[in-house]
Design a protein around this ligand. Structure first.
Ligand SMILES: Nc1ncnc2c1ncn2[C@@H]1O[C@H](COP(=O)(O)OP(=O)(O)OP(=O)(O)O)[C@@H](O)[C@H]1O
Ligand SMILES: Nc1nc2c(ncn2[C@@H]2O[C@H](COP(=O)(O)O)[C@@H](O)[C@H]2O)c(=O)[nH]1
Length: 190
């Protein structure tokens, strides 16, 4: 059986990564979603094991030190990391897996899995990005400001990715990502 594809979806906070991933759920049968570990406190409505594995700093440190994470990064005051075994087992089973992660982590994954498919989700404009992150209503003003302040540098790293997809409309962004995955499955690999 051939291995699945490792797909990384990155982009600045508020661009719509989570929204697009949720919308893809009903559309792509062979696609599995990686659930990350984080030290961030849960938002209202978030569930442990569904949105994230919510960890204390000590628990996260244990995962880091025991090589349980494929990658991790500190982002705006919290740690985030991708559980390694789940990714490797999913790929081995022939299913595709999508990692919704920020840019530092994505670049670390690229070092380990250069054969992965790296997709950067772009906002239609910086004003729209600001409106989206403010409109979500989950962050304090200080956190919004911090996240927006790193967004410009993050967007500057788009050249490290294989594909750039503008999230102007959710269904259009999903179609573009579906098309990329279909094309990657058709690719002749050496
Ligand atoms: N194409 C779109 N048009 C308008 N609003 C959108 C679009 N995509 C997402 N949104 C909205 O933008 C907000 C941010 O989306 P989302 O939480 O998915 O972003 P994210 O990139 O996952 O953010 P973070 O990195 O902070 O987790 C949400 O309120 C969502 O409903
Ligand atoms: N490097 C990693 N980044 C991750 C991971 N899981 C999520 N993220 C990214 O963190 C920011 C903030 O997320 P939020 O839920 O607090 O808004 C966002 O860009 C996520 O995509 C991970 O495992 N590794």
């Amino acid at each position: 059986m051939s291995k699945g594809l490792l797909i990384v979806l990155s982009g600045p906070s508020g661009v719509g990564k989570g929204t697009v991933c949720n919308a893809l759920r009903g559309k792509m049968d062979n696609l599995v979603y990686s659930v990350s570990a984080t030290t961030r406190v849960p938002r209202i409505g978030e569930e442990n094991g569904v949105n994230y594995f919510f960890k204390s700093h000590d628990e996260f440190k244990y995962m880091m030190e025991n090589e349980q994470l494929l990658e991790y990064a500190e982002y705006v005051g919290n740690y985030y990391g991708t559980p390694r075994d789940f990714v490797e087992d999913t790929l081995q089973s022939g299913k595709d897996i999508i990692l919704e992660i920020e840019v530092q982590g994505a670049l670390k994954v690229k070092e380990k899995f250069p054969e992965g498919i790296f997709i950067f989700l772009l906002p239609p404009s910086l004003d729209e990005l600001k409106d989206r992150i403010c409109g979500r209503g989950t962050e304090t003003q200080a956190t919004i400001d911090h996240r927006l302040s790193v967004a410009v540098d993050e967007i500057g790293l788009v050249g490290h990715y294989d594909y750039a997809v503008v999230n102007d409309q959710i269904d259009q962004a999903c179609k573009r990502i579906e098309s990329i995955v279909i094309a990657e499955h058709c690719k002749v690999r050496g």
